[in-house]
Structures are given as C-alpha cells and as structure tokens.
Ligand binder design. Structure first.
Ligand code: NAG
Ligand code: NAG
Ligand code: NAG
Ligand code: NAG
Length: 360
C-alpha cells in the first residue's frame, strides 16, 4: 500500500456532504459538557485559557456534518456531537490536564458565551495549511478568526499571556496534493517543506498576537493507521508510508526549535504524537491507563467492504460495524483514535505538556 493510497483514503473520511449545517447547533449538548467537574477545576501552571488550531484530531464541533454522523460520539456524549471519535479527543484531555474545561468550538461561540472563558477551539476537521479538498478554513484563516476576536477585545493581553495554544495538523494537505496529481518525490522534496513553512509562519503569528506558550503536534506514523494496515490483517505498519510523516516531523521539529530560539517571549514545544503512538503500539497498549490492545491497528468502527465508519447505504442501513467495547481499541475509525486512545496519548504527553506550560 503506498502513501498515495493512504493519503487519498483520508479524503473519504471527510468526503460526505455538508448536510445538516444550520440551526441545530443551538440545540446541541455542549452546555452539559463536563458539568459535573465544574466545582473541582484547578487551572494548572497558571494557564487560564486554551486556544486550539488544526484539524479533526483537535476539532470538537466546528464541522456541522459531524453533529449528526452516527456512530460518532457513542461513548461521550452518547450521540454525535462534532468530534471525530467515540468520545473525548486530544483537545479535551489536554484541557483536562491543564485544569480547564474543553474550549468552545468557534462555530458555536454565540450559543454559550459563558464557555468563552476557557478559550476557543478553531480547529476544523479536514483543514490544512493550504486549501484541502474540503471547504474548511485553513490554518491561516483559523488564526485570522482568533485575531479578529482579539481585535474585538474578547480576549485581553493578560488573557493571552496566561494561555496555551495547541496547534496540530495531521495530513490533509498531503492527501489533497496527491489527489491533484502530485507525486511522492515532489511531496517529499517540495511540498512537505512548504506545509511546514506555512505552519511555522502561523505559529509565529500566534506568538505575535501575544500567546506565550505554543504546543505543536507532530504527525502520527501514517503507515500505522487502520486504512493502511487493513489489507495485511492489521498486523504491521507500512514503513515506507511512515517515511513521509518522519520527514514532516523532522522539518517541523527544526522549525519549532528555530522559533523557540528566535523568540524571547514565547515558549514553543513539540508534542510528539509519532513516538507516542509507537510507544502504545510497541507495548500493545498502555497499562497505566488500562489500555490493552489485542490488535493495536484494528479500529473499533469498521466499514463493510469499501464503506467507512458512519456510512449508510441508500436505504439508510448502517454499512459499518462497531466493536463491543471501544475502551479496548486504540483506533476508532480508519484514522482517528478512540477516547481511550486519546486518554493514553495525553497521559504519555503530560511531561512535555507540563514543560511547555510552565512559566519560564
Ligand atoms: C487560506 O485561505 C484563505 C481564504 O480562503 C486564502 O486567502 C489564503 O490564500 C489561504 N492560505 C494559503 C496558504 O493557502
Ligand atoms: C539559536 O541561536 C543561536 C544564536 O543566534 C545560533 O547559534 C543557533 O544555531 C540557533 N539554533 C537554532 C536551532 O536555530
Ligand atoms: C517501537 O518498535 C519499533 C520496532 O521494534 C522501534 O523501531 C521503535 O523505536 C519503537 N518505538 C518506540 C517509541 O518504542
Ligand atoms: C471496492 O473497491 C474496489 C477497488 O476500487 C472495487 O473494485 C470494488 O468494486 C469496490 N466494491 C464495492 C462493493 O464497491
């Protein structure tokens, strides 16, 4: 299986229509989110707000079609709510570790003004540094939304100084590049550096807007996601496919080190999703979080035949199967981790998060 095929496959995940866009947002369950924790929230490391940029690994409700896409959200909140998983994701667990509620999705900001207090989530599933094949705000537009809110004095300089930005892109630029006829050599030599430069440019913008701590996610090992491992019975990763993500991560790590070096006022740090995923795969789970995996690369929600998790046929019949216990799977669908997966990922990343978050 080549990286081209993998990258194309990502498109399928986001390829459904934008049906459902509209007023449903006001009726969604976000006001119940984390309510029971309200009285014992302790913000850690002096971080008061979390601002989030990126794609489906971080999006908690900005893409309206995900508000109704069963069986997403089956573990939390029990129905689809905009997350690309069975429940809580990266953003939620990072927020929890910082002692914050998960920040409000930008698209729902009018519906619950109280939640603006914890920051804002500008990540859109399917987004990239450049235009992907989907009508999603790119990373620069997402930072533009943030800038606009700052210009409207929704957040003060003090707020921004006490904030952490989480920025994560997981490959939509590359799937779009290949779908438009780009080849693998050009991807490695030309396009990956362009994506990393555009991402770095926006990290710098976030810093210039006054955010003092910026955590940047690396790409996961793309050769290990279920779409790639499926033909081999979910037995092993494709090492060639992993080269693409390694190259991206090498350049991004350099770019972040350079930004850190150049900036006196902002701490930039990498969150190494790649080694975190590999740690979990290598140990068939993460015992500290009770994650035990019989087949690490096998997703909980599997499409029948060529269908994907969440697809229905023309009669509305579900063309996918869901495992009995999503807690026993790392991957939820063909590219996204389960809630249990994300919980373990963030548990492993805590030392890095702590280092980036501390006042320096
Ligand atoms: C991001 O999107 C905006 C709005 O569509 C566009 O003007 C801009 O050129 C895009 N940036 C990149 C790097 O493609
Ligand atoms: C950091 O800055 C110093 C001094 O300007 C320079 O010598 C060094 O190469 C830089 N390191 C990186 C990673 O850019
Ligand atoms: C995981 O195992 C692979 C293959 O044995 C090894 O190359 C890699 O370094 C390991 N990674 C981690 C993070 O343990
Ligand atoms: C699945 O995809 C393969 C390869 O593109 C194609 O040959 C086959 O007909 C498809 N099967 C279904 C059920 O759509």
């Amino acid at each position: 299986m080549s990286i081209q095929v993998f990258l194309l496959s990502i498109l399928l995940i986001y390829g459904t229509s934008l049906g459902g866009f509209g007023v449903e947002g006001s009726h969604r369950g976000h006001k119940h989110y984390h309510r029971k924790n309200k009285h014992h929230l302790h913000s850690k490391f002096g971080i008061k707000k979390l601002f989030v940029f990126g794609d489906s690994y971080a999006d908690t409700g900005n893409v309206p079609e995900m508000w109704t896409d069963k069986p997403y959200g089956t573990t939390f909140p029990g129905k689809p709510d905009g997350r690309y998983s069975d429940g809580h994701i990266f953003t939620d667990f990072v927020a929890e570790y910082l002692g914050l509620e998960s920040p409000m999705p930008y698209m729902l900001r009018e519906y619950n003004k109280k939640k603006l207090h914890y920051g804002m989530n500008f990540a859109f599933g399917g987004a990239g540094a450049f235009q992907t094949l989907f009508p999603r705000p790119n990373i620069s537009t997402q930072v533009g939304y943030f800038e606009e809110l700052i210009n409207n004095e929704l957040y003060t300089t003090y707020d921004l100084e006490k904030s952490l930005a989480l920025v994560t892109l997981s490959g939509n630029d590359y799937s779009a590049f290949i779908a438009r006829g780009g080849n693998y050599a050009d991807l490695l030599v030309t396009f990956i550096p362009e994506v990393v430069n555009e991402l770095a440019r926006n990290l710098k913008r976030i810093s210039k807007l006054g955010v003092k701590r910026i955590a940047v996610g690396s790409l996961p090992p793309l050769g290990c996601v279920p779409f790639i491992t499926k033909p081999g019975g979910y037995m092993k990763c494709d090492e060639l496919d992993n080269l693409g993500s390694d190259q991206h991560n090498l350049l991004l790590t350099d770019a972040v080190a350079k930004l850190n070096n150049e900036s006196l006022s902002t701490d930039f740090g990498m969150l190494n999703l790649d080694s975190t995923f590999l740690t979990i795969f290598n140990h068939s789970g993460y015992p500290k979080e009770n994650l035990k995996l019989a087949t690490p690369y096998k997703p909980c929600c599997e499409g029948v035949g060529n269908y994907s998790c969440g697809d229905v046929d023309k009669n509305g019949k579900a063309m996918y199967t869901v495992c009995q216990n999503p807690k026993s799977a790392f991957f939820w669908d063909r590219v996204h981790p389960t809630q249990a997966g994300w919980r373990s990922i963030v548990a492993i990343l805590k030392p890095l998060l702590k280092e980036i978050s501390k006042f320096s």
